[in-house]
Design a protein around this ligand. Structure first.
Ligand SMILES: [Zn+2]
Length: 78
């Protein structure tokens, strides 16, 4: 009985949208804030097929390394 193996999984991909100087809400320092968009896709045989959930954007502070959700204004200006 021959088997067909399905290789599937969930793959997340981060894309750097850019960075700019800003004040971090977490540590309070003024440092480069990197805007990242993360897309999560269902993949079959390592080929991404369709998004599992909507892309999420967040900001990473380069001073303390903490993540926080990006606010709308940051997304527009990116
Ligand atoms: Zn910070």
């Amino acid at each position: 009985m021959g088997g067909v193996f399905l290789i599937f999984g969930i793959r997340s991909k981060d894309k750097l949208l850019g960075s700019r100087l800003g004040r971090c809400e977490v540590c309070g320092a003024t440092a480069a804030q990197t805007l990242v968009r993360r897309t999560t896709k269902f993949s079959l045989f390592f080929v991404p097929l369709f998004p599992v959930r909507p892309a999420r954007s967040f900001v990473v502070c380069t001073n303390c390394g903490r993540f926080r959700g990006a606010v709308r204004e940051e997304l527009i200006s990116a």
